[in-house]
Design a protein around this ligand. Structure first.
Ligand SMILES: [Zn+2]
Length: 380
């Protein structure tokens, strides 16, 4: 991946290339972002720039053997570490002995196809049996062993360390010295989604760099370049929180979105007709979805639909960026609920997302959300 392949982040790319050009490469960097914003893409482009045989104009050439191998994640001096647990390929190995290498092929396929993938997509790709994972002591030992060997190509050795916030304390202790004084020409690139959870002993040894969310315009440009239709790209760009990864995930889960639209329609109809039992039945279906990510996605979908309804009530339909079928649904509802409803519900929806992340019983959560919707619906 070249810097030029990454949308936005002009200043960050310039800073990274500048560090490489001046020979002042920080041996440990921590890139932190909201899930799916581009930190991994930037880390890979930076490694490729440093490894490239013919870099020019602040970017790698994209053609030399080193560029090719980094792009395919098969460069022998590029090591990738990510949290693990028992999963599809771990066989009878105990969780404490599983290292990233077991799932490296899954990581490679995912990252080469889409370097903006979300954490949950990696979990899915490696077929984790539980929803918890960490970087264990075995991984730390293996990394120390690999880094003690000389580089195979004679140049830089890179460690892309995905989610250092999952590093176990005993494992971190084994890595401290290595991160503080790595062997010559060794570069640690940590990618974190929760930097506040990274152990202070690791964090303090890194130069940290925030990768901010992209603007809706930048996300839309990136999505259009990937071949998505302008209306879909513009709509997702507005609701993805500046994360290309989140937008891509939503676009590729088109079936989910159609289902969400149907549920939202049934839910609103039931609430407007005072059929609370029917509304709860919709809530039960959402609570029964296969993952917390999908439940959160539904809340974000409802939040966006209510925003569209509100905009239509203010005669600002052009700002709502709705597809045809959603426009129709929102227009109907805009004439039936009060404008106060959308703004009141926003807080409850945000809280529901917050509690889903904290593993509160989902059936209770969605019943509660629907009760609040029913109380606040304020028919016109
Ligand atoms: Zn090159």
């Amino acid at each position: 991946m070249r810097f030029a392949d990454i949308t936005g982040y002009a200043a960050i790319k310039k800073a990274l290339a500048g560090m490489a050009d001046s020979g002042r490469v920080a041996h440990a960097m921590l890139l932190y972002e909201n899930d799916g914003c581009g930190a991994l893409a930037l880390a890979l482009a930076y490694a490729q720039y440093l490894a490239c045989e013919h870099p020019h104009d602040g970017d790698s050439c994209g053609h030399c053997p080193s560029c090719n191998r980094i792009a395919k994640l098969i460069h022998p001096d590029l090591h990738v570490v990510f949290p693990t647990n028992t999963g599809s390929k771990s066989g009878k190995t105990k969780a404490e002995n599983i290292v990233s290498d077991v799932y490296m092929e899954d990581f490679r396929v995912l990252a080469v196809e889409n370097p903006y993938f979300l954490e949950s997509q990696l979990m899915e790709a490696i077929g984790l049996e539980t929803k918890s994972w960490d970087v264990n002591v075995a991984e730390a030992k293996e990394l120390s062993r690999i880094l003690s060997l000389t580089s195979i190509e004679g140049g830089w050795k890179f460690v892309i360390f995905y989610l250092p916030e999952t590093l176990r304390l005993e494992a971190a202790n084994k890595l401290l010295k290595l991160v503080e004084e790595p062997p010559e020409k060794t570069l640690f690139l940590f990618i974190s989604h929760q930097p506040q959870k990274v152990l202070q002993t690791i964090f303090s040894r890194c130069q940290s760099l925030r990768i901010p969310p992209l603007s809706p315009q930048e996300v839309a440009t990136a999505l259009s370049a990937l071949g998505y239709e302008e209306a879909d790209a513009a709509e997702q760009a507005r609701v993805c929180g500046g994360s290309i990864g989140a937008a891509l995930y939503a676009l590729r889960s088109g079936d989910d979105t159609r289902q969400f639209e149907q549920w939202f329609s049934q839910l609103m109809e039931a609430l407007l007709d005072d059929r609370l039992v029917d509304a709860w039945a919709v809530g039960d279906q959402i609570a029964a979805l296969s993952s917390r990510e999908k439940q959160k996605a539904f809340c974000i979908f409802v939040s966006d639909m209510l925003r569209k309804i509100f905009l239509m009530q203010q005669d600002l339909e052009d700002l709502s960026y709705a597809t045809a079928s959603r426009k129709e649904l929102c227009r109907t509802l805009a004439g039936r609920v009060s404008p106060k409803f959308a703004s009141r519900m926003q807080t409850f929806l945000d809280k529901t997302v917050y509690y889903i992340d904290r593993n509160v019983n989902q059936k209770i959560l969605f019943t509660d959300l629907i009760d609040r919707m029913s109380i606040n619906i304020n028919r016109v």
